[in-house]
Design a protein around this ligand. Structure first.
Ligand SMILES: [Zn+2]
Length: 346
């Protein structure tokens, strides 16, 4: 966190009884200043709420605070700050996000909020929104992927030919093995990645590329990160269950999100029929995203425009990829204005 803010940790209980938490980011000395709206930021798989606070002069959290928003970061069940589990997108959609939204509203006395959601924080949040479970959310800004995941063909092959067989040996992959490999399997996978990923000397960075796709790197362009952020990310990645990749593989095959379980709250199919939300939805995609191709967000935009009743927008950002949309050294100039505009006008 930046020097002039502190975190108020607000635990919440998910609907299945699991404990998670929210970080309320408060500017020191400004506790009583009313903010214009509450904004909930939702991280992706195998990281944590802090992923939105890279080692850059202006993080997206700073930009939101500067603009007068009341900023909340959600650690949902995929967070590496919580005990590892075989989580599913469904559980996050039904159990975590509605409870997190309710807790923010309870805490602030507000009756609505806005959200900025990334990757699997976005897919699960959009699952919840499309199911009518988030009626208090008036505006959603989604990065990378939402209801229609599209990944490179080689990445799909990798899930089928690496992730699937390796589950006999481990239930998780963890880029943090680049700092400390806890057992022989972790050491073997890390050794393989050191041999096959020569793009930099940061083994956590290389393992994150290996875990989440087939890029060198997968989640950002090195040219868009500063050195401090490349170092900082070593502590921002942790375990992701292999079971997640199998759910995602089924989604990619179908062309839309497919539940792992059958919750009665869900529609028969995601990505067809009317979404059960009137929220204004702005979809962001890095043009160079090789984790989820920009076509992912294009398909969701087309679907929403044809079937929804809200205001929708799509921005494809040149040069940017997946997480550099938030972590990039120039993201405050190239990306955050799009986020702020979407939150201000809707
Ligand atoms: Zn690197």
């Amino acid at each position: 966190m930046t020097a002039d803010t502190h975190d108020e940790v607000v635990p919440f209980e998910a609907a299945d009884g699991r404990t998670a938490n929210l970080l309320h980011v408060v500017r020191t000395g400004a506790e009583s200043v009313p903010a214009k709206a509450a904004v909930l930021l939702v991280h992706g798989a195998g990281v944590r709420a802090n992923i939105f606070r890279a080692a850059v002069p202006i993080t997206v959290v700073d930009a939101l605070l500067d603009d007068g928003f009341d900023v909340w970061l959600e650690n949902w069940r995929a967070s590496i700050d919580l005990p590892p589990s075989q989580w599913t997108l469904d559980q996050a959609a039904v159990f975590d996000h509605p409870a997190a939204v309710a807790k923010v509203l309870e805490h602030t006395g507000r009756d609505s909020l806005k959200a900025v959601v990334h990757c699997q924080g976005s897919t699960s949040f959009m699952m919840a929104a499309a199911s009518g479970l988030l009626p208090e959310v008036t505006t959603i800004v989604s990065n990378a992927v939402s209801l229609h995941p599209v990944i490179p063909p080689l990445a799909k092959l990798k899930i089928d030919w690496f992730h699937r067989p390796v589950r006999a040996l481990t239930r998780y992959l963890d880029p943090h093995w680049g700092v400390e490999a806890p057992d022989a399997i972790a050491a073997a996978i890390t050794g393989w990645v050191r041999l096959t990923h020569r793009e930099c000397a940061n083994t956590v960075c290389r393992l994150s590329s290996f875990t989440y796709g087939v890029g060198h790197p997968t989640l950002w362009s090195h040219s868009l990160l500063n050195d401090a952020t490349h170092e900082w990310l070593k502590n921002e990645f942790g375990p992701v269950p292999l079971s997640f990749f199998f759910q995602m593989s089924r989604c990619v095959d179908a062309g839309y999100l497919v539940p792992a379980q059958r919750f009665p709250q869900f529609p028969d199919r995601f990505g067809t029929g009317a979404p059960r939300t009137d929220a204004a939805i702005t979809l962001l995609a890095g043009e160079e995203n090789r984790c989820y191709l920009p076509e992912s967000q294009q398909r969701t935009f087309d679907y929403l425009t044809a079937n929804g009743r809200g205001q929708y927008a799509l921005h494809v950002v040149p040069r940017y990829g997946h997480l550099d949309m938030f972590m990039g050294k120039d993201a405050s100039r190239d990306v955050f204005p799009l986020i702020l505009d979407a939150l201000r006008t809707n």
